[in-house]
Design a protein around this ligand. Structure first.
Ligand SMILES: [Zn+2]
Length: 353
């Protein structure tokens, strides 16, 4: 065993000029430069210890269990070399790339930094690869410790990766734009942000994929900034969260909107399929759904990215306003949206759309 470790380290030391670097930060903080980065099969790998230091978490190697344990607010997160999951409590979350030992340190890939790190900290994480095209540094390391440990964990079930790579969520309004205002002064922007944030956390935790919010707080953003998160290469779904008001205080319920041309000209559009699945899962959760409508509203943008604007309720209806502000109701709503997205994923796998 000791010989194996020495062999791996020596191999890496001989073929690793330090030419890769990344920047990592919690959103809103000064990015930290990490230069102890290795490239393997086109991916950058960073030591988990270095990442935890940047985001203010601690962890340690458990030499009995052969796992790396990270202390989080949700309990221990456990990483196992060469396995495709991270375990938090009793739940296994899929990983896109296996953590590997390179140069004596357990390292995780870019995808871990972009999705799981935010999940562990409960905050958005900024990541930038300063050498995205750097040539591969370590090619021969694959047969080392991680493969050895991998045999110990074959019994762990590998979760199938999701059919969508990332989701963008746009919480409607913010800053000087409060959206619609309830009779008691409560603002749409406060509600949409809370619900969008809950939905983002749920998707990150349960699907293990990146979720990009167009804003991370109550402030103004330009249209360009709003579209930035939705136009990222890996985004396969875009959800816009809004609430409405009516002159009549009796109107209530959830309405779902898709782009006008998608319903008229393209009845098999992803947007419509997503909206229908959302509507079904909401009704299954006994939420009142008004219907799925097509709309020319500008907020939906143009294009064919599967997009649904969810009007989560009427602030002008006092009963619905009360419910919408309750944590329990928000959780039910978010769970229904999550179920709808999952059903959409299943359906798009089956239909190949
Ligand atoms: Zn709105």
């Amino acid at each position: 065993m000791r010989l194996l470790i020495i062999f791996c380290c020596t191999l890496v030391l001989f073929c690793s000029p330090a030419i890769a670097a990344v920047e990592v930060a919690l959103r809103g903080q000064e990015p930290v430069l990490i230069e102890d980065v290795y490239r393997q099969q086109g991916l950058s790998y960073v030591a988990i210890q270095d990442l935890l230091k940047v985001v203010g978490l601690t962890g340690h190697w458990d030499s009995v269990e052969h796992t790396y344990r990270i202390r989080t607010s949700r309990g221990w997160a456990v990483l196992t070399p060469a396995s495709n999951y991270v375990r938090i409590g009793d739940t296994f979350y899929p990983l896109q790339d296996k953590p590997v030992f390179i140069d004596g340190r357990l390292r995780v890939s870019e995808s871990f930094i972009q999705s799981q790190l935010a999940q562990l900290t409960g905050q958005p994480v900024f990541f930038r690869n300063l050498n995205p095209d750097a040539s591969t540094v370590v090619e021969e390391e694959g047969g080392g410790l991680e493969q050895f440990f991998g045999r110990l964990f074959r019994r762990a079930e590998r979760t199938r990766g999701p059919a969508i790579r990332a989701v963008a969520i746009d919480p409607g309004h913010g800053g000087l734009d409060p959206g619609v205002i309830a009779p008691d002064g409560y603002n749409e922007k406060l509600l949409t942000f809370e619900v969008a944030d809950r939905l983002a956390r749920t998707l990150r935790m349960r699907l293990g994929i990146p979720v990009y919010l167009s804003r991370s707080g109550d402030y103004d953003i330009s249209l360009e900034q709003r579209l930035e998160s939705a136009s990222r290469d890996d985004v396969d779904l875009w959800i816009l969260v809004h609430a409405q008001a009516s002159f009549s205080d009796r109107v209530r319920g959830i309405d779902l909107f898709v782009r006008e041309d998608e319903e008229t000209y393209n009845p098999s559009s992803g947007s419509l399929m997503l909206a229908e699945q959302l509507s079904l899962s909401m009704q299954a959760s006994e939420l009142k759904v008004g219907g799925v409508y097509s709309s020319s509203r500008l907020s939906l943008g143009r294009g064919n990215l599967p997009t649904v604007q969810i009007e989560i309720g009427y602030l002008s209806n006092s009963e619905e306003l009360r419910l919408l502000r309750e944590e329990e109701y928000q959780n039910r709503l978010v769970q229904a949206i999550f179920d709808g997205i999952q059903n959409y994923i299943t359906l798009s796998r089956e239909t190949g759309r």
